[in-house]
Write a protein of this length. Structure first.
Lengths: 125, 94
């Protein structure tokens, strides 16, 4: 909104516009950076998720010896029941400093889905 | 009123999550591990429970205990404790 006002007024009096808003063209790019800067790459996220799973101390030998990939399912492959899964998700939440809403948490059944969710969450860091 | 409303699976899991989260916040190793293991064992003990009446009572009881846990974890954060020898020096696991 600001910019369009500025554009209109700058047609008439460019110097006046600059005085009011200060560098009008820069303003929007700075804002964009501030909102979207914390994104993590998918590889980073999945490496950290896997580390959390490996450190998850309930450890059935299932987890320790298993090769964990994005297809790994919490229940089927790792043998975690619903309570264990909740605990694992809490550990993951703490690692990335986010809160996974219950509705989403219900649908996270595999490592890949979890990684996708975290990568799409702008608060994750 | 006809019958008792049993808590849903979602409600129970969400309660469990809050227990774990709050227990994790204790600074003191002994308290933290105690509440974690107590939470795990109580929920697990009743994992096969199906009677709605019993479930409702357990649920209500757990909710009031969660209140206690929340208050105590906040209080525990107001005091500092020395690390115990059993704790890893570099950061905690959770």
């Amino acid at each position: 909104m600001f910019r369009s006002v500025c554009r209109i007024s700058s047609r008439m009096a460019p110097s006046a516009c600059r005085n009011i808003v200060g560098r009008p063209i820069m303003a929007s790019s700075i804002l964009a950076q501030r909102f979207y800067s914390a994104n993590l790459s998918k590889d980073q996220v999945s490496q950290r998720v896997i580390d959390v799973i490996k450190a998850f101390d309930k450890n059935s030998p299932n987890i320790v010896n298993k090769q964990i990939s994005s297809d790994t399912q919490f229940h089927k492959d790792l043998g975690l029941d619903s309570l264990d899964t909740v605990e694992l998700l809490v550990a993951i939440e703490e690692e990335f400093d986010i809160e996974i809403p219950d509705k989403v948490a219900d649908d996270l059944r595999s490592v890949g889905e979890t990684v996708d969710y975290i990568a799409s969450n702008p608060d994750a860091n | 009123m006809s019958g008792v409303m049993a808590p849903t699976r979602g409600q129970i899991l969400s309660l469990y999550k809050q227990f774990i989260k709050n227990a994790n916040q204790f600074n003191n190793y002994n308290f933290r591990e105690y509440f974690l293991s107590r939470t795990r064992s109580t929920f697990r003990k009743n994992i096969k429970q199906e009677d709605p009446k019993v479930l409702m009572n357990l649920f209500r009881e757990a909710k009031s205990e969660l209140g206690v846990l929340k208050r105590q974890s906040v209080i525990s954060q107001m005091y500092t404790f020395d690390r115990l020898v059993v704790e890893p020096l570099q950061g905690r696991k959770h």
